[in-house]
Design a protein around this ligand. Structure first.
Ligand code: DP6
Length: 359
């Protein structure tokens, strides 16, 4: 694995911004991640600061690959997105606008004024369905941040890369720059802190079987959910419960105790859904397909298969299990008519730089 090279102290400010970078292509692959303790609710929207720390496992097969090329001349960033068939097409405004905003921030970070030069061509391909609650913005903004910083010649620390990824507005992207088991922010009492690896990927080979019941873009964004969280009468209780849950999740991961971790993960995911449902106006992420999968999980557990579910801001279901149960779990949900596709993923190593570019 090639990781972004980090100077121990790390500073993005370069003496000679993007000297030698023009025309150079850089490609990064960055993974999605599954939150075991969810980030839900912001204390500062401008800075993307969470109300409480979250813990995630970095995935391996669900990845975004992003190639960037920086041009000397001034102009508008060109944003391309791979379609279903893998061919690159000009991205629609809803995808391109936040990408351009993030590039503006990164340029400003290295002292480049986009109006006078240094605009990018950016292309992205996702290995999994996008914008449906499977964290494609986490993987996408992590890959974009790593590729753009590297293309500008920036040598920086993982901590700074995490903060830069967070600046995209996708808080979960702050976790996707690291592999294994990750907490964000760190330390937990510093909301503006970066993500930190709790355990490396080798610590525990846990599997995530993803039952896709709704591949289309979700109607209500995570941002809307974060904004509405406080309007739920349940939100304050969640904040009160989180410190001890977070500690318990860390202990369960440390002990590789799936039964304990699974119970905590289900409680946390159910709480997010309950808060969304009781927000004003309410947000309903699960569909009948989601519920069919949850019922199948209950059946599997009754028959002695230890498998536990999680849901994000979407209808699709993550199923956590040990490697020797992965096949059984995948087959059991694949037979449901509501399940359109089953993805099999696992704990991953984090981003890597690729030699092969998308264009
Ligand atoms: C439910 O604001 O990071 O996935 O930008 O859409 O990726 P996106 O969402 P973000 O909120 C994530 C919400 C969550 C829980 C989590 O990943 O912690």
């Amino acid at each position: 694995m090639t990781a972004p090279v980090a100077s121990p102290r790390g500073s993005l400010l370069l003496e000679h911004p993007f000297e030698g970078a023009v025309g150079r292509k850089v490609t990064y692959e960055a993974p999605a991640n599954l939150a075991l303790v969810k980030y839900w609710g912001m204390r500062n929207e401008e800075l993307t600061l969470p109300c409480a720390p979250s813990i995630s496992m970095t995935l391996s097969a669900c990845v975004s690959t992003t190639t960037v090329e920086v041009h000397q001349r001034a102009g508008r960033d060109e944003v391309l997105l791979a379609g279903e068939d893998g061919r690159l097409e000009r991205a629609g405004a809803s995808f391109a606008a936040p990408v351009r905003r993030h590039l503006d921030r990164l340029r400003a970070g290295v002292g480049i004024d986009g109006a006078s030069g240094g605009h990018f061509t950016v292309a992205t391909r996702n290995s999994f369905p996008s914008r449906c609650g499977l964290a494609s913005s986490a993987s996408g903004f992590a890959a974009l941040t790593l590729a753009a910083v590297a293309s500008l010649g920036g040598e920086t620390s993982f901590e700074e890369l995490s903060l830069l990824a967070r600046a995209s507005g996708s808080g979960s992207a702050a976790r996707s720059v690291l592999g294994g088991w990750v907490v964000w922010p760190s330390p937990p009492n510093a909301p503006n802190g970066p993500a930190k690896q709790l355990f490396p990927p080798e610590h525990w080979d846990l599997r995530d079987v993803i039952a896709v019941v709704e591949p289309g873009a979700k109607e209500i964004s995570s941002l809307a959910g974060h904004r509405r969280a406080r309007s739920s009468g349940l939100f304050a209780a969640r904040l009160g419960a989180l410190p001890s849950r977070r500690a318990a999740v860390e202990r369960a991961i440390a002990a590789r105790d799936l039964a304990r971790l699974g119970a905590l993960v289900e409680t946390d995911a159910a709480e997010l859904q309950a808060i969304a449902l009781s927000s004003e106006p309410p947000i309903v992420y699960p569909t009948t397909g989601t519920l069919a999968v949850l019922r199948r999980v209950a059946g599997l557990r009754d028959s002695g298969v230890p498998v536990y579910w999680s849901l994000d801001a979407g209808a699709n279901v993550h199923l956590l299990c040990e490697p020797h149960h992965e096949r059984t779990v995948a087959d059991a949900v694949a037979t449901l008519p509501e399940v359109l596709r089953v993805l099999r993923d696992r704990v991953g190593h984090g981003p890597r730089r690729l030699e092969k570019h998308l264009f």
